[in-house]
Design a protein around this ligand. Structure first.
Ligand code: FMN
Length: 191
């Protein structure tokens, strides 16, 4: 297979991990995974994103902030659901929280948020390249004081979910994905 072909195979073989164990990523692995985010399309090179890295006991603070933010939005949330929110922080040994951090200026906020979302994908690809499992998750309640306080979110910033990272114990089966149908694309050709 040509190297272009194998690069495509690599991209097509990325899939989210269903279970993630330890050990946590090394600093070198984290550096290498995050380095990939520098390559995302970024109008004006604004780097409109930032990260929070969570490991070990930090997961407790994150889980609590998830639960408290959910409570802020829904004070009658069932205790079991609240506990479920706390547990979300313990699905992997390393978590990268992705924060969209749009900058003032002429580049539209939506463009900058799109760049930030690309950074999330870049993290999953970087992890894939290093043989590290990853899955991008979120919660229904992300806008609230507890999370804002934990991450120092400015009013313009937004948590775009969090990417769990860790070791996969078994080889995951390839993902079955419906193909992208060229015929379904709007074609503005030869007009
Ligand atoms: C911003 C964002 C948030 C997501 N949040 C969740 C989530 O909370 N729970 C979930 O099961 N999947 C979530 N997903 C989807 C998974 O990350 C994953 O893409 C999906 O399970 C399909 O698996 P695949 O990546 O192998 O195709 C989210 C994806 C994105 C981009």
């Amino acid at each position: 297979m040509s190297s272009a072909g194998s690069n495509l195979e690599f991209l097509l073989s990325r899939r989210s991990a269903s279970a993630l164990g330890g050990p946590a990523l090394t600093r070198e692995e984290l550096d290498r995974v995050l380095a990939v985010t520098a390559s995302v399309p970024d109008h004006g090179a604004l780097r409109p994103f930032r990260f929070a890295i969570i490991e070990g006991e930090g997961r407790k603070a994150f889980g609590e902030a998830l639960a408290q933010t959910a409570l802020e939005r829904k004070p009658d949330l069932h205790p079991a659901k609240l506990d479920g929110m706390r547990q979300k922080a313990f699905r992997s040994p390393t978590i990268i929280v992705l924060i969209a951090a749009p900058k003032p200026g002429k580049v539209e906020t939506w463009e900058q948020n799109a760049t930030a979302a690309c950074a999330g994908y870049a993290i999953t690809l970087g992890a894939h390249a290093l043989g590290i499992g990853a899955v991008w998750k979120s919660v229904p309640f992300t806008r609230g004081d507890a999370l804002a306080k934990l991450f120092g979110l400015a009013p313009t910033e937004e948590m775009l979910g969090f990417i769990h990272l860790g070791r996969t114990s078994t080889d995951e089966l390839p993902a079955i994905r419906p193909p992208i149908d060229l015929a379904a694309c709007t074609m503005l050709i030869d007009r």
